[in-house]
Design a protein around this ligand. Sequence first.
Ligand code: ZN
Length: 503
Amino acid sequence: MADALTGLRERLSAVMDLNYAASLLSWDQRTYMPPGGTTARAHQLATLRRLSHEHFTDVEVGRLLDALAPIADDHANDSDEAALIRRTRRDYEQARKLPLEFVTEWARARALSNQAWEEARRRSDFALFQPYLEQQFDFAKRQAEYLGYDEHPYDALLDQYEPGMKTAEVRTIFDELKAGTIPLLKAILSSGGVVDDGVLHQTFDEAKQEQFGVEVTQAFGYDWQRGRQDRTVHPFCTNFGRDDVRITTRFYPDFLSAALFGTMHEAGHAMYEQGVDPAFSRTLLSRGASLGVHESQSRLWENLVGRSRPFWQANFTRLQELFPQQLGSVDIEDFYRAINKVQPSLIRVEADELTYNLHIMLRFELEVDVIEGTVEVADLPEEWHSRMEAMLGVTPTSDAQGVLQDTHWSSGGIGYFPTYTLGNVLSVQLWERAIATHPTIPDEIARNEYGKLLGWLREHVHRYGRKYEPRELIRRATGAPLNPQPYMSYLHRKFGEIYGVSV
Ligand code: ZN
């Protein structure tokens, strides 16, 4: 059996090397590649992904997994080896359920759909994108049928991003959040409490914005010896193993928040990957447990740390030093309120902490309705408008500000959106558990020290990589299942205090 394990590890190492090489080519495409390189790059990526897929779904992997089944089937076995075999078995079976023609056809369709979406968004014309989106939903339905599900076809899609999560559970969590958020939002909007965020909309030198971001993320614990930052239109985090984890940021010359909180967010993702147990390197365990767990890390650093009073007690003077003209005479409390302003808006990525989840709920509900067949793709712009109006009280005046704003659907990412809100929910459960263990964490943050917080996250989340399924990881780390109540209470406490309302 030791031979089979060695054989499996060798096989996985090669698969991971191919995947990381493909990721590096993608990173290059989004950062430095000249536009002329697009076609050649598409071929290179397709070749690497095909090789990786073939290498992974080879019958030899099945033979090795069969030989190792006694280890995986022993449920009392909590070893890294048993987890590796179980995860590999799951991924292997899923990968083999999708016919190669389907995978190839879908990959090609995604590239075309993405191109069509960019054009449609630029011209704010949904009709240009509609046939491609219909096709993407069709692929999603077929994918669900190939993969299989017990209750709802959407379960199979969700499972790709949040293993084990069910549509019905998401609905329950979202209903609870919506019931808590909408009255609070209404109370805030009718309170007459005005928060002025004009201080954030001034001219901010890009190099100084970058400097501050580097200092902050270094203090958090992002290891720059194993990371770097570049510029992209859409910020992201990617890695080629735990020792090369890169982030990207976008800088607006006239708005401070985008790069400031975007950099903290991506560093949160990056620290998770940098913290995975080195023993998992070049295996399927060497990355975050799910997109939801990943998002809990980015949101924790961005919101619970970065948008908190203790953080700014430690850092506001430094920011004023960098921007004396813009912020020199600004009161720290006014700055805290500005970065936490609640304002219903049309664009998800610009939404505040409170209204953000409503944007996610809208997308989740529409996706499920289209999969169920109760809403037609052709009706999405109208549905989008009326549901935005009902939930947030704002109505898009164009498709670009509405149904065309996100890239996810054009790249086949149906089932992805809920993980953003699940991550928000989890971030507060983890935060509260860390503070229960180390009550001095907020005082340390006020001194610009993050070792205890990062140490707790490393010990209870990061190091495990993909060893446990999200449900198991969450139970181990927080002692409870995923629960929206702590998050809801946090939002009520924080924004109730800022706006002087209680619901
Ligand atoms: Zn994120």
